[in-house]
Structures are given as structure tokens and as C-alpha cells.
Design a protein around this ligand. Structure first.
Ligand code: HGY
Ligand code: MN
Ligand code: MN
Length: 416
């Protein structure tokens, strides 16, 4: 019986040590390619090397650590999550899955287990998509789904993704070569905080994930007419911010009226030129629309776009509606979920299956490999917030279930 509480304590120490590395003192922010991101990655790389894993950084900045199988023609089973964060993030979203995976490989390396398949631990470099407003850059490269046109995407400072890759020491021309060929994938496992309230409410430490919601992300630009706050009569204004504000409430009301499967969020509103005595002439905003049901998501997207265009016309505004991200809902692998369910039950926990409203690197990976995810309870389901927290006992439960899952996987007959 392995000492899970002790291993959970080390896992927590590592999560805390990584969280202390940030672009901003006092908060947790490590976005793609920044010095803080590179410093945090270097710390994880050091732990991987201390565990005698075969470690490399690929062209998009993913950290990749391997335990090789001696078996000729062995496939690769990938365990991973992301090490980039949102802004003012919690400590666990991403790093928990990477560092829990590191613990599993450390145990296998230490006892010299002969593997029937290669094990690759992946710390993805950009799942959140904060800097270039598109997600899964790291996992898209590993799955061969990276779209070259993304290289021209620019960040807020006008730096292209290609330039950012080069600055990190990567080579955009190498991205395709860094894909793990689809034939080599045996499967994928990701442990991740639930980022929702169900496990907290149900008082259960872990759950398996049945599906991951689809996403549509849009950048909207509302343009009106800047003007003098004191002289333009109210009925003669083309106020871009008032229009954007009406859009925010429209999106909220629209999603509320569609029950609990559809969610809509306006997370960003930016006034390029703002002053208290100027009628806003331009506002740039974001829309994040999600549903586990593709038909509902597509219909909501079209209806919201039409209603937003109508409100802009009524207000004398122009609207630029720029889609920036679209991912369909994905189902996790039922066979691997069955193994994971056995591991959860063997650890003495109720087996719960949840749909993830949050996106994960398992989304692109599910296009090339059977993917399974283990959700871990987090404090009141809070995430993307410094209040994000996981109890050590739940880390221990997750380690035990994940190790049991891997043990079951190791006993499965290997494809010839
Ligand atoms: O936005 C998400 O769903 C995830 O945090 N990338
Ligand atoms: Mn996140
Ligand atoms: Mn995440």
C-alpha cells in the first residue's frame, strides 16, 4: 500500500513552489512564453530530470518526459495537463495534472517497472490561450492538429506567435515534426480539478469525465461615434459602450433562458480610447459560448450574432464579429472510463460521471486517441480565481485512483 498522504504532501509542496513563480507578485499568472512561464517550466523540468526521466522541450514549448518500454513497436500512453495559467489564476488548474503525473512516473522509474508501452508525461505550454486568444496550442502540436495560420496571430503587443516561439528557442518549422503520430497513441489520461461545484456538493473526492463541452469564442468590436460628453444630446449619440453593455446583458439573458447546458460569458471589454468626458466611440469585447450539445451551441451562436447585429443597427453602431475559436463537444473513451471507474470504486469512492464545462487538452487529443480524465474536488468548485483550493486528502485520493488506473492499464493486453 503506497504512502499516498506523504506523496500528496510532496505534490502539494510542488504545486505551491510552482505557484510562487508568476508574472506579477502576489498573484498566479504564467502565460505562454513569458519569463515567468519559462522559469516555472524550468522548475518542472528539473523535477523530471531528478526523476531520471528522458526530458525535452519541443518547438511549441511543451515539456515532454518519457519512460521508455523495451518492447519493439511499443505505443505511447500520454499523461498530462498544462502549465500555463489564466491571469490571477488558482494554483491547481493545470499543474495538478502535470505534477500528479510526475509522481506516477517517479514511482515507476524508482521501482524499475518494465513497461509494455512508452509513458510520456506532457506539460502543455498553452491550454488557456490567454496571450493569443486561442487555446490548446501545445496539445494541437502534439496531435498534429496545429493550424499554421495561427503563427500569424498577434498578442496585445503585436508580437506574432511565430516570433514568440522563436524567442522561446523553438522553431515554427519544426511544429509538424513534434506531433506524436496517430498510430503511436495508446491513450491519454489527465487529472484536473473539476472547476465546478458537484463534487463539493456531493462530498466525493473524485469523478470521471464523460464528455467535454464545445466552445465558440468571438472577438467583437463595437464602433460608434466618439463625442463630447457635455454637448451631444442623448438621442443623437452612437455610444459604443452603451451598445456593448446591452450586448453583455443580452448574452447573459439568452443563456439563462436556455437552461443550464448553455453558458455565455463576456470576460473582456476594452475601450481603446477612454476618458470620462468622451462618449466611447469603440469597444472591443469577447464572447465565450459553451454547451455539451453541438446543435444547441450552433443555434445559440447564430441567434446571438443576429440579435447583436440588430441591437447595433438600432443604435447606429457597426459590429465586427470575429470568430477566434471553435471546438465541438467531445466524448471521453468509454473503455478507459470503465477502467478508471474500477479504480475509483477500488479506492472506495462512489463512481460519478460528469460533463466538463471547462475545456482541456483532452479535447484535441480525443481526436487522435482514447482520452480519459479524472476530476478532483476543489473548494466550492471555484477556479480561475486565487481562492482555488484542493485538500491534501483529495490529492491523496486522486493519486491512489490514478495509480490504480495505471496498474489496470498495465495489465491490459497490448495491441499486436
Ligand atoms: O477556458 C477553459 O475552459 C479552460 O480553462 N481553458
Ligand atoms: Mn483553466
Ligand atoms: Mn485547465
Amino acid at each position: 500500500m503506497s504512502n499516498y498522504p506523504e506523496r500528496a504532501a510532496q505534490l502539494m509542496r510542488r504545486i505551491e513552489a510552482l505557484a510562487a513563480i508568476s508574472e506579477e507578485p502576489g498573484v498566479v499568472t504564467r502565460t505562454f512564453g513569458t519569463p515567468a512561464f519559462l522559469q516555472g517550466r524550468a522548475l518542472v523540468q528539473q523535477w523530471m530530470q531528478q526523476a531520471s526521466l528522458d526530458v525535452r522541450v519541443d518547438s511549441i514549448g511543451n515539456l515532454r518526459a518519457r519512460l521508455r518500454s523495451p518492447r519493439p513497436g511499443a505505443q505511447t500512453f500520454v499523461i498530462g495537463s498544462h502549465i500555463d495559467t489564466v491571469v490571477n489564476a488558482g494554483k491547481f488548474d493545470g499543474p495538478l495534472g502535470v505534477l500528479l503525473g510526475l509522481d506516477l512516473l517517479e514511482q515507476l522509474a524508482a521501482c524499475g517497472t518494465e513497461l509494455p508501452f512508452h509513458l510520456e508525461l506532457l506539460a502543455f505550454s498553452d491550454e488557456e490561450g490567454v496571450r493569443f486568444h486561442t487555446t490548446y496550442l501545445g496539445s494541437k502540436v502534439v496531435t498534429g492538429a496545429f493550424e499554421p495560420e495561427l503563427l500569424q496571430r498577434t498578442d496585445a503587443a503585436g508580437i506574432t506567435l511565430a516570433e514568440a516561439i522563436r524567442t522561446m528557442g523553438g522553431d515554427p518549422a519544426q511544429l509538424a515534426a513534434d506531433a506524436l503520430p496517430a498510430t503511436e497513441w495508446l491513450g491519454y489520461f489527465e487529472a484536473h480539478i473539476e472547476q465546478g461545484p458537484v463534487l463539493w456538493e456531493r462530498q466525493v473526492p473524485v469523478a470521471l469525465v464523460t464528455a467535454i463541452a464545445g466552445q465558440r469564442r468571438v472577438e467583437l468590436t463595437f464602433r460608434g461615434m466618439a463625442g463630447h460628453a457635455g454637448t451631444v444630446p442623448m438621442d443623437m449619440r452612437q455610444d459604443a459602450l452603451a451598445g456593448a453593455a446591452e450586448f453583455v446583458l443580452l448574452a447573459e439573458r439568452f443563456a439563462r433562458e436556455h437552461g443550464r447546458s448553455l453558458v455565455a460569458t463576456v470576460g473582456k471589454l476594452h475601450l481603446p480610447h477612454s476618458a470620462s468626458n468622451v462618449i466611447p466611440g469603440e469597444v472591443v469585447g469577447s464572447l465565450d459560448l459553451r454547451s455539451p450539445d453541438e446543435a444547441e451551441l450552433a443555434a445559440a451562436y447564430q441567434q446571438l450574432q443576429a440579435q447583436t447585429e440588430a441591437l447595433c443597427q438600432r443604435r447606429g453602431l457597426t459590429l465586427h464579429w470575429q470568430p477566434v475559436q471553435q471546438t465541438a463537444p467531445v466524448a471521453c473513451c468509454t473503455e478507459m472510463n470503465s477502467l478508471l471507474g474500477q479504480a475509483i470504486a477500488a479506492a472506495g469512492h462512489e463512481v460519478i460521471g460528469l460533463v466538463s464545462g471547462a475545456g482541456h487538452d483532452a479535447v484535441p487529443i480525443s481526436q487522435v486517441a482514447p482520452a480519459t480524465m479524472l476530476f478532483v474536488r476543489c473548494y466550492r468548485g471555484i477556479s480561475h480565481n486565487p481562492l482555488e483550493n484542493v485538500e491534501p486528502a483529495d490529492l491523496a485520493a486522486a493519486l491512489q485512483v490514478a495509480e490504480q488506473f495505471l496498474a489496470l492499464l498495465l495489465t491490459q493486453p497490448q495491441p499486436r
